[in-house]
Structure formats: structure tokens, C-alpha cells
Design a protein around this ligand. Structure first.
Ligand code: SF4
Length: 253
């Protein structure tokens, strides 16, 4: 005959209450946790990331940024002007501006009022004209009229932040930086390649997962992908190069 065993009762009411609460808590947590786990997309494997960037590279081996510029200085100015504006809108204004002012010295000679006239089709142009003059003054006073090559120095210029530094370091000096604009932010999150709630989080996530051999061009591939394929409102999943790898639950393929 099998031996009957009995669990010994809780030693006190308080202990019993605690035990019930604990068991209720874990029972309630389990279905929720299971659901969350089921919903959470799997992170990309290194092989998948490699495959995605190999496809980007094959399709466009030498991607180019769309902000027109003539040298590191005009690139810096163009990026400062591009905050909350489109590249096409900035190019329209800077073509004429850079024809007369492609160095900090020439920009100062032109003066803030004339700079304002050249860029008045760009949003926040008054503030931006002030920054272009101030950053030109600082380049001459502190950096011999050249665009500095360190992040901290670029970020110290009026109107320049982390994104500006990343673009300049990457495009002018060939560094493996990742500038996160609205397109890169969306692609990083949607695909789950590098999810994050801030541009910095996405930037660091992308730097962590993208192999070094792709980093020089990764920023442009992702911008172009977001601008022409993974559109904000209606992503073109049917023609997307990485639609089999993308983790977005709402993708249309
Ligand atoms: S499959 Fe669709 S959502 Fe995913 S990256 Fe491609 S375009 Fe964007």
C-alpha cells in the first residue's frame, strides 16, 4: 500500500497569506510573461545581419549621401542646415550659397544677413544663419579655418550635435560612425535590427551588430533604405531586399 504523505500546514496565518499571495502572483505573471515572450521578435543572428548588409552592398556598392557639398566645411554647413529639413530643400538653397561661400572666411565676408537670404526657404533659417556665421568664426579662431576631426570638437561648434559629428566624421574623414536620422531610427526599430527609444540607443545598437566591413557605408544604406523602400507610412515590403529577414510583424510579405 502506498504511503500517504501530507504537506504540513503553514506555521501561521501570516505565513499562509504570504504563500497564497506568492502563488497567485506567479500564476498571474505566467500567462502574461508567456504572451510577451511570444510577441517579442527574435533578435537578428550575426549571420542574418551579414546577409542583409551583403545584399545592400551588392545592390549599391558605393552609396552616396544626398546632401550636396564641395569640401568638409560645406558638408558641415549643409548638415547643420538640414536639421528638420529635407536634403532636397537644403540642396536647393546651398547650391547658390556654396558658389559664393565655400570656406569659413568667405562665409564671414558674406555676412549673416546675406546668408539668411540664401537659406530663407529652409525652416528655422534665422537661427541657422546665426549658427553658420558663429561656427565659421569658431573654425577660424580655434581650428585654423579647418573642420576638426574629433567628435568633441565638432560637437562644440554652434548648431552641431552628435548627428552632425557622425555625418562629418563618416563622410569627410571615413570613420565608422552611424548617424541616426528619422529614417535610420525607423528602420532600426521596425526591422528589430537595433531597437531603441532614442537615436543614441539605436546608434549604439547598430554599431554593436553591424560587422566592421560594412560600417563605412552602413549609414547610407540604411538612410536610403528608409527613404525609398521602408517608407514611414507605406513601406514597400514587396520590393524590399531584406523582407525575409525583417522582423516587423506588420510587414506585407
Ligand atoms: S520588409 Fe517592409 S517593414 Fe521590413 S524592412 Fe522591408 S520595407 Fe521595411
Amino acid at each position: 500500500m502506498a504511503k500517504i504523505t501530507r504537506k504540513s500546514p503553514p506555521k501561521s496565518r501570516a505565513t499562509a497569506r504570504k504563500a497564497i499571495k506568492k502563488s497567485r502572483g506567479s500564476a498571474a505573471a505566467r500567462p502574461g510573461q508567456a504572451q510577451a515572450a511570444a510577441k517579442k521578435p527574435k533578435p537578428w543572428t550575426p549571420a542574418e545581419v551579414y546577409e542583409a548588409f551583403s545584399r545592400f552592398r551588392k545592390a549599391n556598392p558605393e552609396p552616396k549621401g544626398e546632401l550636396e557639398h564641395l569640401n568638409p566645411y560645406t558638408l558641415l554647413v549643409a548638415v547643420v542646415l538640414s536639421a528638420q529639413a529635407t536634403d532636397a530643400g537644403v540642396n536647393k538653397a546651398t547650391r547658390a550659397l556654396f558658389a559664393v561661400a565655400d570656406t569659413p572666411q568667405r562665409m564671414l565676408a558674406l555676412g549673416e544677413e546675406k546668408v539668411r537670404d540664401y537659406i530663407k526657404t529652409i525652416g528655422l533659417y534665422r537661427n541657422k544663419a546665426r549658427n553658420v556665421i558663429a561656427l565659421s568664426e569658431k573654425l577660424i579662431a580655434e581650428f585654423g579655418g579647418e573642420v576638426p576631426k574629433s567628435r568633441a570638437e565638432i560637437e562644440s561648434l554652434p548648431g552641431a550635435g552628435r548627428k552632425t559629428a557622425n555625418v562629418v566624421l563618416n563622410m569627410a574623414f571615413g570613420e565608422h560612425t552611424m548617424a541616426v536620422d528619422t529614417h535610420v531610427f525607423r528602420v532600426g526599430n521596425r526591422t528589430v535590427l537595433a531597437p531603441g527609444t532614442t537615436p543614441l540607443e539605436v546608434e549604439l545598437g547598430l554599431e554593436r551588430v553591424i560587422p566592421p566591413e560594412f560600417m563605412l557605408h552602413a549609414h547610407h544604406w540604411l538612410i536610403l533604405h528608409g527613404r525609398y523602400t521602408c517608407l514611414a507610412r507605406k513601406p514597400r515590403c514587396e520590393v524590399c531586399l531584406i523582407n525575409d529577414l525583417c522582423r516587423w510583424p506588420e510587414k506585407t510579405v
